[in-house]
Design a protein. Structure first.
Lengths: 259, 386
């Protein structure tokens, strides 16, 4: 089975993150850039499938030069090779344009299965896997907490607010996964040392036959009009227990519609 | 000299830190207090190749150096799991066997050390020979093809966890009649070997033992190297790796303590604002942080010198790193306790649990006084007083 895993480099969600004041894109310069957390689960799922069914796992990343660090990190977990779509003109691309570029790259790879994280910690749109499936004419199995493969038949448990749905499709398909699906492995020392020898192919927009005008700020279907920092946390309500503490706590919970 | 991390070393650091954090100090303390061992952690680190980073790749290791092993020691300690046996099995035993063992010994022992399925502990210290190992009195005599070993060892870490112990004994040189050191791989369940646990005031899942060797018979191939001449160089080859990794572990422990203290003082408020705003609290922590970073730099230098084969310079740097690290770690833990107030002495906050370990670091594997002697003689050119 040919599996491609989408990996995005994002600013560490555990640290302070900012948007750039000049163009409202994510500030990568001042951030500690890491693999999008959910993508590690996607990689793990792909590696498990390869272990069970054989085949090949390719990492696909669209991102600036420094995303190469994340590609290397992803490869150290065990995938076979990677493709890096790298082009200055991509800066500022919206989700729609990103899906166009990734779909073009995926067409060159002809995968049976594309696995992605259900969302990225910086954009949190959850739209890309759907867009890709549409562009590729492949099935969209999104929000999986479990994936089983039986020949060309894929079955997922789709995580919902209330429980889960069982959804079945056949390859080719795009599957997106939540962090409930597995426990990603740590890279072994051998994996780390071998990662630098694994092939990483770099593709430009030209290689994919996409015009620079279709992507970036110029080709964007959405624009960030305005952004502001989240307001600082408010002080909260303090209930002093003068014998009536319990009642006051319940009153507070009722007023906030918690109970 | 460049001892900046390669991308692979940086990644190793991240990976070990992430794995170590999943276990954490609470796990370490629970094992220590229940008399258990950190088997799960050891097995997982072994499987991921972290324990064998420095073992040659043809024997199943990672083919890296002491720089990599020091990273593993530091990051596990920084996650609250300062594992002493890292200094013993992968640092001392693997180095000695890789450099001075026979091909047969390398093939038999290194793959297991590398993947963590085999621990080999190390016994040199005797009741009458600690700092002064010229006074070793454990003797091995030849009997046909076998060796028969008798003597007493003390403070030997991990004897209960390891099937094999590398014993430093002396053999009678046939030519001169003088006693020269030789190393033997001895099964810990060999007939004539008994052990008793030393009660130590260190919170650690790894224990120290008295080991009694009473006419313990081992086959000829238990001797490290082709003949007894391998003994002295083999013994010395283990010293630098041990000191460098001990220093790395001290630095990691200190980082752990300072991290805990920093987060505590920025949230604990006693006079209506975080106590970290009082310079009387922050400055001692800042001072300790500087000492720790300096020690850390020396660890990197020592490891880089060692890995590039500059053994003499590495010896000086390893001693200095070991000294600086144990002093910095003791200071950092003490300062972190002070910043925690009463909480600093509780088990829950997990700082005082480190006291015994860092304090022992000023004594073992080599005491601060012996390092000061070394520097006095070899750097300052003073005559030896002993
Ligand atoms: C936790 C722990 C784990 C250990 N694990 C092992 C192990 O796995 N295997 C092993 O073989 N050993 C082990 N040891 C033993 C350790 O290596 C020795 O304790 C250490 O080498 C010091 O020797 P000693 O205890 O005999 O002290 P001594 O040599 O008796 O020294 C006592 C004091 O006198 C000072 N002193 C001695 N000579 C001089 C001098 N010339 N000038 C100035 N001061 C001097 C020393 O610095 C020290 O402060 C361990 C010890 C500890 C505490």
């Amino acid at each position: 089975m040919k599996i491609v895993v989408l990996v995005k480099q994002v600013p560490d969600s555990g640290a302070e993150r900012n948007l750039r004041s000049d163009d409202s894109t994510v500030d990568r310069d001042s951030a500690n850039n890491v693999i999008n957390e959910m993508d590690e689960y996607a990689i793990e799922e792909a590696l498990k499938l390869r272990e069970a069914h054989g085949g090949e796992v390719t990492i696909l990343t669209m991102g600036p030069e420094r995303a190469a660090e994340s590609i290397r990190k992803a490869l150290s977990m065990g995938p076979d090779k990677a493709v890096h779509v790298l082009d200055d003109a991509l800066h500022g691309s919206c989700a729609l344009a990103t899906s166009k570029v990734l779909a073009a790259a995926l067409k060159t790879l002809e995968p049976d299965l594309v696995i992605a994280g259900a969302e990225s910690t910086d954009a949190r749109g959850q739209v890309l896997p759907h867009m890709l499936a549409e562009r590729l004419g492949a099935a969209a199995l999104t929000g999986a907490r479990k994936l089983t493969v039986d020949g060309a038949t894929l079955t997922i448990e789709r995580q919902t607010e209330e429980g889960y749905e069982v959804v079945t499709a056949s390859t080719p398909a795009v599957v997106s996964v939540w962090d409930t699906i597995n426990e990603p492995r740590y890279p072994s020392f051998k994996g780390i040392m071998e990662a630098k020898k694994k092939p990483v192919q770099t593709l430009s927009l030209g290689d994919l036959g996409i015009d620079a005008g279709e992507v970036g700020f110029g080709g964007a279907s959405t624009a960030v009009v305005e952004h502001a920092r989240r307001p600082p946390r408010q002080g909260g309500t303090r209930v002093n227990d003068d014998g009536e503490g319990g009642v006051k706590l319940v009153e507070f919970l009722v007023s906030e519609k918690f109970v | 000299m460049n001892f900046d991390h390669t991308p692979e070393q940086a990644q190793l650091r991240d990976a070990v830190a992430a794995m170590g954090k999943r276990y954490g100090h609470r796990y370490f303390v629970e094992k220590a207090k229940s008399g258990g061992h950190t088997d799960e952690l050891w097995a997982e680190a072994g499987k991921l190749g972290y324990l064998g980073v420095n073992v040659p790749s043809q024997y199943g290791g990672g083919g890296g150096g002491i720089t990599e092993l020091a990273i593993v020691c530091e990051e596990l300690a920084a996650a609250g799991c300062p594992l002493l046996l890292l200094l013993v099995s992968p640092a001392i035993a693997a180095t000695i066997i890789a450099k001075h063992g026979t091909t047969g010994q390398r093939e038999r022992f290194l793959p297991g050390i590398a993947d963590g399925t085999l621990k080999i502990v190390f016994a040199i210290t005797e009741p009458e020979a600690g700092s002064n190992f010229h006074r070793l009195s454990t003797v091995a005599r030849r009997d046909g093809d076998d060796w028969v070993i008798s003597g007493r060892k003390c403070f030997i870490s991990g004897v209960d966890e390891a099937p094999l112990v590398l014993v430093v004994a002396r053999t009678e040189d046939a030519g001169t009649g003088r006693l020269a050191p030789a190393l033997f791989v001895v099964p810990t369940d060999a007939a004539g070997l008994t052990k008793s646990r030393l009660e130590m005031e260190i919170v650690s899942p790894e224990n120290q033992w008295m080991v009694y060797l009473d006419d313990v018979r081992v086959p000829g191939e238990a001797l490290i190297g082709e003949d007894t001449s391998a003994g002295l160089p083999a013994l010395f080859s283990g010293l630098n790796p041990e000191r460098i990794t001990a220093a790395a572990m001290g630095v990691g422990t200190a980082r752990y303590a300072l991290e805990r203290a920093s987060s505590y003082v920025s949230s604990r408020s006693v006079w209506g604002r975080p106590i970290g705003m009082h310079q009387g609290v922050a400055h001692p922590l800042a001072h300790a942080a500087i000492q720790v970073e300096l020690a850390r730099l020396m660890v990197a230098k020592a490891a880089a010198l060692y890995d590039s084969g500059r053994d003499l310079e590495a010896g000086v740097a390893a001693n200095m790193a070991k000294y600086a690290s144990s002093e910095a770690a003791t200071l950092a833990v003490d300062t972190a306790i002070q910043a925690h107030g009463g909480n600093g002495m509780t088990t829950e906050y997990g700082i005082a649990t480190l006291l015994g370990g860092v304090r022992a670091g000023r004594i073992a594997p080599v005491s601060r006084e012996m390092i000061l002697n070394f520097v006095s003689q070899h750097i300052l050119g003073q005559d030896k007083s002993y």
